[in-house]
Design a protein around this ligand. Structure first.
Ligand SMILES: Nc1ncnc2c1ncn2[C@@H]1O[C@H](COP(=O)(O)OP(=O)(O)OP(=O)(O)O)[C@@H](O)[C@H]1O
Length: 234
């Protein structure tokens, strides 16, 4: 059974549909990557999963629940976390305070969890007392993802986690996404760095104009000459 599924989802902003009947699904433990040209609706698809916009038709299910138009707070409690592309850290708070903010919904002792996040992102442990705004872009991205991990999500949604990062940081982030996935967390992400992202994807989705164009394993999409020519820069 899928952990997350979108069936014939239509959604958009202020009455204008951007998604025109999209499909998406991931089993527990998979990495799913959404790629496609600018304006294809990739971020919109991710946002529709996290209850940020109005789904006008279709159905979204998560972990056995119908979550169509369910609000983000309720989705957090069900075990879904969302990391936006920008403005995703509290710049004046320390790294550790940022991570602690992620645990605000928890009532239990989460100190062990903090240690696990530092294990995944060792640079954050070193800089735990430094304001997040002083970190490099790649390290800030680690803080944002680390904060999301503090709710122990079943599914983490990442909106362009490597946007604006140098190739070195980009590789590090992809490597850490694999490490997070290896702990059992399902990952759905939107990426501009399509080739690299499809390289770690169990499932890849190519969107164009708010519709599915190609769906296959990451490997198969990378090997498909049509996909390469039209969507991966040859
Ligand atoms: N908050 C919003 N209000 C109104 N329209 C929006 C909003 N956010 C996005 N859109 C529009 O929705 C369409 C799809 O945007 P979306 O961000 O989902 O595309 P994308 O595939 O993620 O593209 P990109 O790679 O450029 O981020 C675009 O035409 C965009 O202008």
């Amino acid at each position: 059974m899928s952990l997350i599924s979108l069936t014939d989802v239509h959604a958009g902003y202020g009455g204008m549909n951007i998604l025109n009947g999209v499909e998406f699904s991931l089993d527990a433990g998979q990495i799913g990557v959404i790629v496609g040209p600018n304006g294809a609706g990739k971020s919109t698809m991710l946002k529709s999963m996290f209850g940020f916009l109005n789904v006008t038709q279709g159905r979204i299910e998560f972990d056995g629940h119908d979550i169509t138009n369910v609000k983000p707070e309720a989705l957090s409690r069900l075990g879904m976390a969302f990391v936006p592309q920008e403005h995703n850290v509290f710049r004046t708070l320390s790294v550790q305070e940022n991570l602690e903010m992620g645990a605000y919904v928890r009532r239990d002792d989460w100190s062990g969890l903090l240690a696990r996040v530092y294990d995944i992102f060792p640079p954050l442990k070193e800089k735990r007392n430094q304001p997040a705004g002083e970190l490099s872009g790649g390290q800030r991205q680690m803080v944002a993802v680390g904060r999301a991990l503090m709710i122990e999500p079943k599914l983490i949604l990442l909106d362009e986690p490597t946007a604006g990062l140098s190739p070195m940081y980009m590789s590090q982030i992809f490597d850490r996404i694999l490490a997070i996935n290896a702990t059992g967390v399902t990952v759905a992400m939107v990426e501009q760095n399509a080739k690299q992202a499809l390289g770690i994807a169990h499932k890849g989705y190519v969107l164009a104009s708010g519709r599915n164009r190609y769906t296959d394993t990451g490997e198969a999409l990378l090997a498909d000459p049509e996909v390469a020519k039209s969507f991966l820069g040859g």
